[in-house]
Design a protein around this ligand. Structure first.
Ligand code: UT7
Length: 311
């Protein structure tokens, strides 16, 4: 049984924080942020909106888009490193809100690669025939673990949520191949210590450029495809320079790579599903398109998926 995406949804906080806003509260500049990261603005959730609220809104939108009711969901997986609390999980919280009472529910912790991990976990359950419909959400309220006095990290992140309903699709469609990986020896380069995120930007940058390229080529190879077959590259939206390096490694023209980092910053596990929604809403994804998604993050973790769009 092949597993594919039946529907997508997202939630974006209303509040926009621009680089000019950040210039007022820390020693940084719009010019530095734009040229080093490609980020122009990001969304920040209000205090009364927590991770589960954003996850719920994105999940509701994905169910509607998939035309699947909450009662038909067998499993809920929420990829997040910023849950409301350690337990109950965000997945259990949205199970109640959605009324998805038949569903098993758990959170997945793989940082920015979390949505890739959740999608492949879902795919395995569907492929085996154990479950039919799996709801996956990538959601982060990174603003609550951001040290607003640390310009090395504060300018990079944003809040948001993206969700997908996965289910059986016809032969040749859906997930064609995947690669997931981890390297705990690099955990020290990107972590939450105490209340805040700490990062060795240069080390993460080097790892990301290498891994994004290798994993993208790896999934194409596993699927028996080549760079020329790719219709759309959806990289984790962390930094435009890292994204560009992946695009160049695949030899793709500009228009074949999704770019949302300028508007939303790095939203960790939410970045790939939010980017997919953006492409879907713009009408840029067509039936049978070959999409390569690739992410990397704290852990260190990484993941890539080659997916043939359509049901
Ligand atoms: O989802 C995964 C999350 N993490 C990532 O994706 C991060 C990957 N790494 C990066 O994106 C880049 O390394 C950064 C954007 C974080 C930094 O860019 P860089 O080109 O590697 O800069 P750098 O760390 O080498 O810093 C260059 C300079 C430093 O000044 P000195 O020491 O050369 O005088 C920093 O202090 O830029 C300074 N700097 C800033 N200046 C203005 C660092 N942050 C800022 C800032 N505004 N916000």
């Amino acid at each position: 049984m092949n597993a594919g995406i039946l529907g997508l949804g997202r939630y974006l906080p209303d509040k926009i924080v621009t680089n000019a806003d950040l210039e007022k509260i820390m020693d940084t500049s719009d010019e530095w942020i734009r040229t080093r990261t490609g980020i122009e603005e990001r969304r920040i959730a209000n205090d009364d909106i927590d991770t589960s609220d954003m996850a719920y809104e994105a999940a509701k939108a994905a169910l509607k888009n998939a035309e699947i009711s909450a009662e038909e969901i067998d499993l809920i997986l929420v990829a997040t490193v910023t849950p409301d609390q350690s337990f109950p999980s965000v997945a259990c919280m949205i199970q109640e809100k959605l009324g998805a009472m038949k569903a098993a529910a758990m959170d997945v912790s793989a940082a920015c690669a979390g949505f890739m991990y959740a999608m492949i976990t879902a795919q395995q359950f569907i492929q085996s025939g154990a479950y039919k419909h799996v709801l996956i959400v990538g959601v982060e309220k990174l603003s609550k673990v951001t040290n607003w006095e640390d310009r090395n990290t504060a300018v990079l992140f944003g809040d948001g949520a993206g969700a997908a309903v996965l289910g059986p699709v016809s032969d040749g469609k859906g997930v064609l191949s995947f690669e997931l990986g981890a390297d705990g020896t690099g955990g020290k380069h990107l972590l939450q210590e105490g209340d805040f995120i700490h990062m060795n930007g240069r080390e993460v940058f080097k790892f990301a450029v290498r891994q994004m390229g290798e994993s993208s080529l790896g999934v194409l190879d596993k699927a028996g495809l080549t760079k020329e077959d790719v219709d759309l590259l959806v990289p984790h939206q962390a930094n435009i320079r890292i994204m560009e390096a992946s695009r160049e490694r695949l030899g793709l023209p500009l228009e074949k790579m999704t770019k949302t980092v300028h508007k939303y910053g790095n939203t960790s596990s939410a970045s790939i599903p939010m980017a997919l929604v953006e492409e879907m809403e713009a009408g840029r994804i067509k039936d049978n398109d070959l999409i390569v998604m690739v992410g990397f993050g704290g852990g260190l973790t990484w993941g890539a998926i080659a997916l043939r769009w359509g049901k």
